[in-house]
Design a protein around this ligand. Structure first.
Ligand code: 2AM
Length: 474
């Protein structure tokens, strides 16, 4: 048999679906998994596509099945498993061969692996893949980091298996080493914020307006026909309409309110802080998931803090129209913070990220795909004033028009005693960025008072000290 164009290791759900996608696009793909039963299962389930799958029972057989230069996709558990598989394969490979990590790696790991493998003459690509199981099978969004010449070897395959937006593949080489995995991390961070904001609307309608899930789901389905059109609003509508087969209750009401997380949201926040930024909407979403895990404490808190129940909470209605605009405004801020984070990292690591291209490859295939990303891509192409998406004319106008709805929503939530951390963070950022004069003059004075840190004067010059006399303590 002719040699396979590409190899794939790791045949859990994502890997198996990606292998079928590659096979379907006409590329012979050699497949391997540590637990070989998964190889047999895939072959059995592949139907006609089995003709393009080459089962390899061992890493050696996998390597032997590949045309040179060999390219092998790793779709194994992020972390130690990636290093373990690299450790197995690298000694079997020749200079010029390429390993491609398609999992959700921390980009610092990707940079480390790229360096280590380069020392052995091997190429390493960090490839972010978004779209879940369905995307992997029928077209994900693919964010590639690595050497351009390595990407050139697999580009035809990557573009063939990616989702398409009006014919344009949702796949791109975004920069060297960890760039692809970093962009995927921020994609996931934005996803966290987007999901949290939708959940905050759900909470306001459920606990503030006593609306049932089916009713809220209908509202989301309506919104999905307008400017909020997006995969996450669409699936939220479907989720809220679903009934639990066992009890007949709305499915969502049978689900424990404790959200899981794997790390990409947290990494976004950590990287933002490390770069001197604050992706506060993403932080709010990550924090909300962490707080959700404190279920027993929250149940206790409902009793211990019962006296704090706000009075007159029914008086502060939140209106559907306001909620729709509030979600739009908050979502724009979340994406803006995500793009600002990408820009900061791009400068720090010398990646030269093309923000417009990133927005373009997120238009289809990935979890945050939405109508708005095409507009964001256009805005980024035109250049973001001061690097801020919220200053781009179209978005400045949209935000300004929706900002009072966001304000009323956050105010109503506060008066009702309902938490909306991501909405609140979005509003605080918006109000900070539209005020030329902030309040850190006082912070600088405080710092100078206790630490003699000095300050800049508005009439010029740095390193000034205030008239605090001998009162300084440190
Ligand atoms: P398994 O089926 O043998 O467990 C997701 O867990 C995927 O990562 C699975 O394909 C799993 O293989 C693989 N995986 C996890 N840890 C691994 C390791 N240390 N070596 C090889 N594959 C691993």
């Amino acid at each position: 048999m002719a040699k396979a164009r590409i190899g794939l290791v790791g045949l859990a759900v994502m890997g198996a679906n990606l292998a079928l996608n590659i096979a379907e696009k006409g590329f012979p793909v050699a497949v391997h998994n540590r637990t070989t039963q998964r190889i047999d299962d895939l072959m059995a389930a592949a139907g006609d596509l089995a003709a393009n799958l080459v089962p390899a029972q061992t890493p050696e057989a996998l390597v032997a099945a590949l045309a040179k230069p060999r390219a092998i996709i790793l779709m194994v558990k992020a972390g130690a498993a990636v290093d373990a598989v690299i450790g197995q394969l690298a000694p079997l490979l020749d200079p010029g061969d390429i390993l491609i990590d398609a999992g959700n790696a921390n980009f610092h790991d990707t940079r480390r692996r790229e360096k280590a493998l380069a020392d052995q003459g091997l190429s390493f690509i960090g490839m972010g893949v978004s779209g879940g199981e369905e995307g992997a099978r029928h077209g994900p969004s693919i964010m590639v980091g690595g050497k351009p010449e390595s990407y050139a070897v697999i580009r035809d395959i990557v573009e063939a298996i990616a989702a398409r937006y009006k014919g344009d593949p949702c796949a791109a080489h975004l920069g060297p080493d960890g760039a692809g995995h970093f962009v995927k991390t921020v994609h996931n961070g934005i996803e966290y914020a987007d999901m949290q904001m939708i959940a905050e609307v759900y909470g306001l309608l459920r606990d503030g307006e006593h609306r049932n899930p089916a009713d809220i789901g209908k509202l989301f389905a309506e919104w999905n026909g307008g400017p909020l059109h997006s995969y996450l609003v669409e699936i939220s509508a479907k989720v809220l309409a679903a009934k639990d087969a066992a009890t007949g209750n709305p499915m969502v009401e049978m689900i424990l309110d404790k959200a899981g997380q794997k790390g990409t949201g947290r990494w976004s926040v950590i990287e933002a802080l490390g770069l001197g930024q604050s992706a506060s909407t993403i932080e709010a979403a990550v924090g909300a998931r962490s707080w959700s895990a404190l279920k027993p404490a929250r149940l206790a808190g409902a009793e211990i803090l019962a006296a704090a129940e706000p009075s007159g909470r029914e008086a502060h209605a939140v209106l559907d129209g306001d909620l729709e605009r509030a979600l739009l405004a908050a979502k724009i801020v979340a994406y803006a913070q995500g793009f600002a984070l990408l820009d900061a990292a791009s400068q720090e690591y010398g990646w030269d990220l093309d923000l417009a291209r990133i927005a373009e490859i997120w238009r289809e295939g990935c979890i945050i795909r939405s109508a708005m990303l095409d507009d964001m891509a256009r805005a980024a192409r035109d250049g973001l004033p001061h690097g801020q998406l919220i200053f781009a004319p179209e978005f400045a106008q949209k935000l300004s028009a929706a900002s009072n709805a966001l304000r009323r929503t956050v105010a109503a939530a506060a008066l009702k005693g309902l938490p909306v951390p991501a909405f609140s963070a979005a509003l605080a950022y918006f109000d900070t960025m539209r005020r030329g004069r902030g309040t850190t003059d006082l912070i600088q004075a405080q710092r100078d008072f206790f630490g003699a840190h000095g300050f800049e004067r508005i009439d010029g010059g740095a390193g000034h000290h205030g008239p605090w006399g001998g009162k300084r303590t440190g």
